[in-house]
Design a protein around this ligand. Structure first.
Ligand code: MEV
Length: 426
């Protein structure tokens, strides 16, 4: 299949579904789930949360043109905001000339925290914990034989001393836990809860909190892309102008937390949309992202943009990425399951790589627009297409009408109908 085919958005919903059905290993049930015909029913939802009265729909779009680590990927995105799917698809197209996106995910190591209060002798407690580290890790490994068989389980134990807090000092024990293809919250929470009595016995303290940390800074995903300089020019903007504008826009976010919050929000437009489409916990990913952005003590940009020796634009994004492909909604939600099949994902690391590549593409889309024509024009085009469709235009006519409405700077349904009438006169 030619993934550079730019006309996916010209197709009808049925045609788009049919097309993805021919290019990915999806069966009828998957297509019905993705198409919203079947999918999550109230009965299924009733098993997921409490007090269910129904299900709530959101748009699901497929971002096009993504080449990630040399592999074509059709990316499902769940999001209510216009321009996001189009922006990602367009930037993915620009990135292809530079080889697409490269992406890597680190080992799926999560951190489980135990807060130990009332430790009589913190240095001695730390020494005792470290002395018995192997024993503790072995005990923790015995809690989840399935994960152990899959090659996961506890990897390390760290002891931290928090000297000042509003209620005084305490000890914190980190259990580093390889969760393989799971998001990992259940496995980690179980492990720290069950290990706590041993920690209490060794420290003489009382374990209060036993919970996963969402600052998953040992489970990082990183994406990079090179946009060839020639790809950047458009309208009256020279390639150098666009490139330098993007780099200056990034510098603003790197230096100023007020801008960094918005810059990172743009990244999360892409990240969350894929995380949601696959039934993952986007609040966990959000929390990890922003905590990681502030890890130096100064909240800053998650991405970086620079030029290489040939003058091309080079972007990178690194962030925690606690996403899984087993357990929870990833398996229960029929559309989430189908979304994983659509991307032909077999390991959680692959999903993390795709998510972070989409985040980088989304960031580029926002910066390119902001540093040139502003973001409203893109929104106007989409808005004009919605108005053109509402006026009854279809296919080529819809595009022509939308272009005309934007050119006239009058995006109103009455005007759209008038133009259609003018065009239909012999
Ligand atoms: C809007 O959803 C996202 C942007 O504000 C991101 C940015 O400013 O970089 C356009």
């Amino acid at each position: 299949m030619d993934h550079t085919r730019p006309k996916f958005y010209h197709l009808t919903i049925e045609e788009r579904l049919k097309l993805i059905g021919t290019t990915a290993p999806l069966d009828e049930a998957d297509l019905a789930a993705l198409g919203g015909v079947e999918g999550l029913t109230p009965a299924l939802a009733d098993h997921m949360i409490e007090n269910v009265i129904g299900v709530f729909g959101l748009p699901l779009g497929i971002a096009q043109n993504f080449l990630i680590n040399g592999r074509e990927v059709q990316v499902p995105m769940v999001i209510e905001e216009p321009s996001v799917v189009a922006g990602a698809s367009f930037m993915a197209r620009l990135a292809r000339s530079g080889g697409g996106f490269t992406a890597q995910a680190s080992a799926p190591e999560m951190i489980g925290q135990m807060q130990v209060l009332g430790v009589p002798d913190p240095p001695a407690a730390r020494a005792a914990l470290l002395e018995h580290k192997l024993e503790l890790l072995e005990e923790a490994a015995s809690f989840d034989p399935v994960l152990r068989r899959l090659g996961g389980g506890p990897r390390d134990l760290e002891v931290r001393f928090i000297e000042t807090s509003p209620t005084g000092p305490f000890l914190v024990v980190h259990l580093i836990y390889d969760v393989r293809d799971a998001m990992g919250a259940n496995a980690v929470n179980t492990a720290v809860e069950r290990l706590s009595p041993r920690v209490e016995a060794l420290t003489g303290g009382r374990v209060l909190l036993r919970i996963l940390s969402n600052l998953a800074d040992r489970r990082l995903a990183k994406a990079g892309c090179t946009i060839l300089l020639d790809e950047l020019a458009f309208d009256d903007f020279s390639a150098e102008e666009v490139r330098d504008g993007i780099i200056n826009a990034w510098a603003f976010a790197a230096a100023d937390p007020y801008r960094a919050a918005t810059h990172n929000k743009g990244i999360m437009n892409g990240v969350d949309a894929v995380v949601m489409a696959t039934g993952n916990d986007w609040r966990a990913v959000e929390a990890g992202a922003h905590a990681y952005a502030a890890r130096s003590g100064h909240y800053t940009s998650l991405s970086a943009w620079e030029k290489d020796a040939s003058g091309n634009l080079v972007g990178t994004l690194e962030m925690p990425m606690a996403v899984g492909i087993v357990g929870g909604a990833t398996q229960v939600h029929p559309a989430a399951r189908a979304a994983l099949k659509l991307m032909e994902i077999t390991h959680a690391a692959q999903l993390a790589e795709i998510v972070v590549a989409v985040g980088l593409a989304q960031n580029l889309a926002a910066l390119r627009a902001l540093a040139t024509e502003g973001i409203q024009r893109g929104h106007m085009t989409l808005h004009a297409r919605q108005v053109a469709a509402a006026a009854g235009a279809q296919g080529e006519m819809l595009e022509r009408l939308a272009d005309r409405l934007v050119a006239d700077k009058t995006i109103r349904i009455d005007r759209a109908k008038e133009i259609l009438q003018e065009w239909s006169k012999p």
